[in-house]
Design a protein. Structure first.
Length: 300
């Protein structure tokens, strides 16, 4: 916590309430100073010391801290016009994302990516405008903005980017999302997306998204052509996108093979369903011309 001289406190809540959506957390100085920072949306019914209220759990205070900071950051990004304040908020949120291959699974990181990440990206895309981007340091725009889409859960980033592109009219917001989506594909994030779906094949949350992801991945060129029309990018043309998708699927197959050799579980059902959808849409040759030669070599 940045507040090293103080203590965190929360309000005692009605235990019947949903703790994930009803909380109030704040900072009070040990000396009882008048300055307090609160994130709240419930009436308080009596303050108690956080640690006494939550007992021995080390998870919940960390989770509350993340929720508080996310709420503050979203408020800042949505209303502030102070460049330094916006920059600080983005830098604070970056600490909850490791790199694309990070093995960190700290409670704070998990809370952010599992609970707040999707909405945080939506807030970022909703703020994309000429005036708002001018508030970011010119030499740090990619580091402060693009980073969030390229280093978090790829399926969430992909859905937010594509949904924003489809919903937006021609504008800077749409153009920046198209640029980030291009970079998403260049950096191999589609392979990571497919891989994570394969790993989480038993997750109820992921199961509910599978059909949406299948449709939006297999038909990306159609979505982009319909929306961007003459401004479409080469990377989203069928003759460029589907060979790239085939390469990403091949990468997932190779990783799956290594995982199975190590005696660990993995499912290929998403890969097979995705390949089936692509073939049904008439792009069999574009994908198989990438898959077949390499699989032939690997299976000889």
């Amino acid at each position: 916590s940045r507040y090293k001289s103080g203590r965190l406190s929360i309000n005692k809540l009605n235990r019947q309430n949903d703790f994930s959506s009803s909380f109030r957390c704040g900072f009070e100085t040990q000396s009882g100073g008048s300055g307090q920072t609160y994130c709240s949306h419930v009436p308080r019914t009596g303050d108690v010391n956080l640690w006494a209220d939550l007992g021995s759990s080390a998870m919940e205070p960390e989770i509350l801290e993340v929720r508080c900071l996310v709420k503050q950051a979203i408020g800042t990004l949505s209303s502030s016009r102070d460049s330094a304040e916006i920059t600080r908020s983005l830098q604070t949120m970056k600490q909850y994302l490791g790199g694309p291959n990070s093995a960190e699974h700290l409670p704070k990181n998990n809370e952010f990516v599992n609970t707040h990440y999707f909405h945080f990206l939506q807030v970022l895309t909703s703020n994309l405008s000429v005036d708002w981007l001018m508030l970011l340091p010119a030499d740090q725009e990619k580091e402060l903005l693009d980073y969030f889409f390229l280093n978090g859960p790829p399926h969430q980033a992909y859905l937010v980017l594509l949904d924003t592109i489809i919903a937006a009219s021609p504008s800077l917001r749409q153009e920046r999302c198209v640029q980030i989506l291009e970079q998403f594909l260049r950096e191999g994030r589609m392979a990571q997306l497919i891989w994570e779906v394969c790993l989480e094949h038993t997750s109820p949350h992921m199961a509910s998204l599978r059909e949406t992801l299948l449709n939006k991945i297999s038909a990306l060129p159609d979505h982009m052509a319909n929306k961007l029309e003459k401004n479409n990018r080469v990377m989203f043309y069928p003759e460029d996108y589907y060979p790239l998708l085939g390469q990403e699927m091949l990468s997932v197959l190779e990783r799956t093979c290594e995982r199975l050799k190590g005696g660990m579980d993995c499912s290929l059902s998403f890969v097979s369903q995705l390949l089936g959808k692509v073939c049904i849409q008439g792009h069999t040759d574009a994908v198989l011309q990438v898959l077949v030669p390499r699989l032939t070599v690997l299976t000889q």
